[in-house]
Unconditional design. Structure first.
Length: 118
């Protein structure tokens, strides 16, 4: 099993920056990809960015050039650096880990609120 804990959310003004962290524990050796998702009120949860063990990254068009996903394997932590934040980035941000410990599975973190407002 893999457990995830997010941190780093908060209130920021438009144009500001935040860095989210997602710390993994448990069977971390079985993780092969991780991702950041977000869910705004009244909207479906959407993939924001993902990163594989090989370091390949993928971003939704709306955040390309503003957000950067990275992993620190020594700390078992994934990050999402968010710059030039816009009010439409306001959402609960979740991290997700995909792992294979005999069968393919995935798990979610508890979520962290990001609010972009003046």
């Amino acid at each position: 099993q893999v457990q995830l804990v997010e941190s780093g959310g908060g209130l920021v003004q438009p144009g500001g920056s935040l860095r989210l962290s997602c710390a993994a524990s448990g069977s971390i050796f079985s993780i092969y990809a991780m991702g950041w998702y977000r869910q705004a009120p009244g909207r479906q949860r959407e993939l924001v960015a993902s990163i594989t063990n090989a370091g390949m990254t993928n971003y939704v068009h709306a955040v390309k050039g503003r957000f950067t996903v990275s992993r620190d394997n020594a700390k078992n932590t994934m990050y999402l650096e968010m710059n030039s934040l816009k009010p439409e980035d306001t959402a609960v941000y979740y991290c997700k880990a995909y792992y294979n410990s005999g069968s393919h599975s995935s798990t979610w973190g508890q979520g962290t609120q990001v609010t972009v407002s003046s």
